[in-house]
Design a binder for this molecule. Structure first.
Ligand code: ADP
Ligand code: MG
Length: 477
């Protein structure tokens, strides 16, 4: 069988008579026989009123939703005749999505959000993923906001990050569903200019869904969706003189008024080069990987229109629930053993004791932040840890000894080290797992008191009721 993996760069995505019918009593035809060809470099704009079927068509083009009839072909190969893994590969490597709703992960930084799909799909090594994410960040004009969380970014900035995230795996096709629907007109124009600029440099095929005819004026191909029927329309010519524009939400497809061409995009920041590679290589970020589950859930949200989940996906969801919700992990204690050695106790708890959970002994790594780099320090599992597969019914403790003798560590809290423990373990509902294994990864962050800084020195900068604590837990980040 041909695999999408082996298809060359010259791709043609071809929708042939795609139809989607929801429900049965009575059936509702959301999309009726839509056909469309797209090559890398092409731009197709789909306009249409709300509820006309644009998002449904886009979900089918992205193989997120199975058509009721018709075919989605990639270089002539029928995507729905392949096993699910192949479609997953298409979704993660060939197609980039910018959703209608804000979809950044709130607890990841802008940089982590962009890098996450590359890490999750294992498309590249973490070092490369972060180098590419930095590069994209500078190209969307946000290189200074790498460490910002989505909550602190404006709507337009968030949308830029979402676009960069969609491009991290260098997709052949970018599917953007009303990427500016909730933005003001200037921001909208900036985003459109950015999309054009990125398309010119990256060469992806773009399908842009919008309910604003203004945005269609740049496209060589414009389609209009009317009650589920996709029709070719003449691209509206851009107006020469800027006129006072009606509110964007009032700009329905059949309105003749068109806003002016979008102004030039953001200052393209200089491409980050080889220097960057060196500086990000040591980043072995597990954080984004751990939050992968959340991102996958996000993709799940994109599949919200599917009426039923495949049984296998339900099983996977149950597995994820068991491994991520029922099994709780936390740092129990950190004890100073002297001379830079510390004992870490991590406890695993089965939140609902009704069914046992089996785990392979967690693999633990420890990192201390030095500048922008997480420096790994030695960790050894205690011999008192249960060997082999452990059955977790109530609470079980796992002990590790790590060494923290690091110079010039970053001090988020005066005189304290910023430490990350990264744990990974295989979790299963059965003692003899057969395919029903989930790999769970956790990051725990603590402030740690260095062994060679006297309590008095710490107390000069910070107040504690008694002696300064050896460790202070931090919220996940
Ligand atoms: P648009 O993106 O153009 O606003 P959509 O593709 O979201 O339109 O929806 C097209 C029509 O299909 C709407 O009437 C919507 O209510 C309906 N629809 C979308 N998803 C579902 C679903 N999962 N079940 C039933 N009807 C749906
Ligand atoms: Mg929609």
């Amino acid at each position: 069988m041909r695999s999408f993996k082996r298809l060359g760069a010259e791709l043609i995505l071809s929708a042939q008579g795609l139809t989607k019918i929801f429900g049965s009593a009575p059936p509702f035809v959301a999309v009726r026989g839509a056909s469309l060809d797209l090559c890398p470099g092409d731009k197709a704009v789909i306009i249409g009123r709300s509820g006309s079927g644009k998002s449904t068509l886009l979900a089918m083009l992205g193989a997120l939703m199975r058509p009721t009839a018709g075919k989605l072909l990639l270089n002539g190969a029928d995507m729905w005749s392949f096993p699910e893994e192949e479609r997953a590969l298409y979704r993660s490597r060939q197609a980039g999505f910018v959703f209608q709703f804000p979809s950044l992960l709130a607890n990841l930084t802008a940089l982590d959000n962009i890098a996450a799909p590359a890490l999750l799909s294992r498309a590249m090594e973490p070092g490369r993923a972060y180098a590419k994410a930095f590069d994209l960040l500078s190209r969307i004009g946000l290189s200074g906001r790498a460490d910002s969380f989505p909550g602190s970014l404006s709507g337009g900035e968030q949308r830029r990050v979402a676009i960069a995230r969609a491009l991290i795996n260098s997709p052949s096709f970018l599917l953007a569903d009303e990427p500016t629907s909730d933005l003001d007109e200037d921001t909208e124009a900036g985003i459109m200019a950015l999309l054009e600029e990125l398309q010119a440099s990256e060469g992806f095929g773009l399908v842009l869904v919008t309910h604003s005819p203004a945005l269609a004026s740049h496209a060589e191909r414009v389609f209009e969706m009317r009650d589920g029927v996709l029709e070719t329309v003449e691209p509206p010519a851009p107006r020469a003189a800027p006129a006072p524009r009606p509110r964007r939400s009032a700009a329905l497809p059949d309105e003749p008024r068109l806003p002016p061409k979008a102004p030039a995009g953001p200052q393209a920041a200089a491409r980050l080069g080889a220097e960057l590679w060196r500086s990000v290589e040591p980043f072995a970020f597990w954080g984004a990987v751990m939050l992968g589950g959340v991102l996958l859930a996000n993709f799940g949200a994109a599949k919200y229109q599917e009426n039923h989940l495949l049984e296998r996906e339900q099983r996977k969801a149950q597995m994820a629930d068991m491994a991520l919700s029922r099994l709780q992990a936390e740092v129990q204690s950190v004890e100073d053993l002297g001379d830079g050695r510390y004992e870490l106790v991590v406890s695993l708890r089965n939140a609902r004791g009704d069914a046992p959970i089996y785990v392979m002994p967690p693999d633990m790594r420890a990192y201390i932040q030095v500048g922008k780099v997480w420096q790994e320090v030695p960790v050894e599992a205690s011999e008192s840890n249960p060997g082999g597969i452990s059955k977790i019914e109530g609470k079980s403790d796992f002990r590790y000894v790590f060494e923290a003798r690091v110079k010039d560590f970053t001090q988020l809290l005066p005189n304290y080290m910023h430490v990350r423990f990264s744990e990974s373990m295989l979790v299963s509902p059965s003692r003899m797992p057969r395919g029903d294994v989930f790999e769970r990864k956790d990051n725990f962050y603590v402030y740690l008191k260095p062994f060679d800084i006297a309590n008095e020195v710490i107390l000069k900068r910070m107040k504690f009721p008694g002696k300064p604590p050896v460790w202070i837990p931090m919220p996940p980040h």
